[in-house]
Ligand binder design. Sequence first.
Ligand SMILES: [Zn+2]
Length: 466
Amino acid sequence: MKQIDLIIKNAYLITMDPAHSVLTDACVAIDGGKILEVGGADLLERYQAAKTIDAYGKYVFPGFISTHSHLFQTMLKGLGRDKFLIDWLNSSVRVALHEFDEETVYYAALLGCMEGIKSGTTTILDYMYAHPIPGLDDCVTKAFEEIGIRGVLGRAFTDVSSFPPEIACPHVETERDFFDEVRRLEKKYRAHDRISVCMAPGIIWDHTDEGFREMRRTADELHMPITMHLVETPDDDAFSREKYGEDTIPHLEKLGVLGPDFIAVHCVYMRDEDLETFKKYDVKVSHNPNSNMVLASGVARIPEMLEKGITVSLACDGSASNDTQNYLEVIKAASLMQKVYHRDPSLMPASTVLELATMGGAKTLGRESELGSIEAGKKADLVLFDPLSPWSAPVHDPVSALTYSCSPDNIKTVIIEGRVVLEDGHMTTVDEEKVIREAQRLGTRLVEKSGLGNSQWGKKMPFIHI
Ligand SMILES: [Zn+2]
């Protein structure tokens, strides 16, 4: 018998392999962070595992992949609601940015990752653009390291040089600093099993033309993706037309920055020509339905993108514009949003949405050979779904239950890189209670110091202290 790390037995597997195989009474053999073999009970005769998980009565899905977040924003849940994008920024993120320190970013990232894991997320691409002081990216990657999630750090740059004095950041980065930091972080995590780095230019107005060209050269040299907020609102094109005399996507095409490693986030205001451009360059799309609804940004043309063969994935976006990293809400919203908008209930069925949450995410990251499905040779990122919860029971079809009637209560066990990070609903890697308590304390401190806070019925809501 071969000695291995982990075996899952008696499983009902929704594999998401190319044939969409669904296997019952199945076993998954895991060793060295990878799936060694998927098969029947005979695996139990061939492998001796250090740990065995009996998945009898549970469904097993591939881990979900969130291709866009801003984990530092976890501290800003529920603020600045009921406003359009720019007004929202001015009543939440922009005003608080200068107050973020190491401790605040670290606990924000830990809590955001925990929300992700408890809702079945095994990979998060974090678009980290808070740099009021140097070194905060390392606080996010430290959280990735400790909690055990697969993390892609999108090292971002946002131009804060024009902020008014009352919210000015102590440290103002240049575009050059951005490239230096990208290289430092890439080198630091080059050999890491779970953590990698990509470039995340903020938005069209944050960079120079030469900056975008350098990004393309850097991406080609270091083989890392570029991810960017793109046409979330009409503001991108208005700016681009005024500055460059053309819309955003044609301008980026002209600069040579588009390609199969380009992950475009939001993509709400896409013209027919833009869809063609995305198809031509195999640009990937990160769809953030909840955030688009919260900010009333609009409805992205997802069914048409899929029809054209454009790769689409799902994401939560930051908790300042979605208020949660609960991935299950994104799964549901991605389906319902298109149905109601087009008055067509046949759009975005559960099977399609699950494809976007798993293989769509893997393809978006350019990692379809190692993530997104339960197949031999892939990374062991798996989610055990317990049907016995009031929100889902009785379950007749796990794909439908996952999309329309479940809650994090259904997600009992999560395995990332072969390691059980959530077991029977509890985190095994961090002190859950401490993380929640620290996030409440630090979040309140941050918001009080920034002078933020909401009003309800015309009255400022007082803070609670713990
Ligand atoms: Zn974003």
